[in-house]
Design a protein around this ligand. Structure first.
Ligand SMILES: [Zn+2]
Length: 183
């Protein structure tokens, strides 16, 4: 396993549409391992292959409950009900922004064994899945955000945002301020 450099906003590779994975080879398994190690090393909660310069439809996510590894993920359902929350991104470290997304999703993909997995979820994990899927299509949250803000690191000590209210129902794992997390 290895920790990779995470590409940043201005790098063109982030804008490419990633290609489906036709077959789960040892290289794909290595990619999953490297994505997870890089995500954990960076303190992120999600990471898509294009973010480490690999244009394949693969991402990992872990919001604290378990590691999700998805190959060729597609949404079978996106709810009409939407929520607006702050998001950050490992590839856009200086910014965060308010993004409106469907509240609940059904995602289908393959796991590392090549088995089809279907995950129905809502709240924070549903948002992370959508953010990572956007990366597979060359989309960054800054493209679709209602508002984008610069992070003010100097104020971090003064702001206690841990108790921020959020209006997402069912998001038991949702931290106080999603803008603090990077995906
Ligand atoms: Zn991201």
């Amino acid at each position: 396993m290895a920790v990779y450099r995470i590409l940043e906003e201005h790098e063109p590779s982030l804008r490419e549409k990633a290609k489906p994975v036709p077959k789960i080879t040892p290289n794909v398994l290595k990619l999953l391992d490297n994505l997870a190690e890089t995500m954990y090393s960076a303190g992120g909660v999600g990471l898509a292959a294009p973010q480490i310069g690999v244009p394949k439809r693969v991402f990992v996510a872990d919001i604290g409950d378990q590691l999700y590894e998805l190959i060729n993920p597609v949404f079978l359902r996106l709810s009409e009900e939407a929520a607006s929350e702050n998001e950050g991104c490992l590839s856009v470290p200086e910014k965060y922004g308010l993004v409106t997304r469907p509240l609940s999703v059904v995602l289908e993909g393959q796991n590392r064994l090549g088995e089809t997995v279907t995950i129905a979820t809502e709240g924070y994990l549903a948002r992370v899945f959508q953010h990572e899927s956007d990366h597979l299509n060359g989309i960054l949250f800054t493209d679709i955000a209602d508002a984008v803000y610069l992070r003010d690191y100097e104020d971090d000590d003064e702001d206690n945002e841990d108790e921020d209210d959020d209006d997402m129902s069912g998001g038991a794992d949702m931290p106080g301020d999603i803008g603090e997390d990077r995906l």
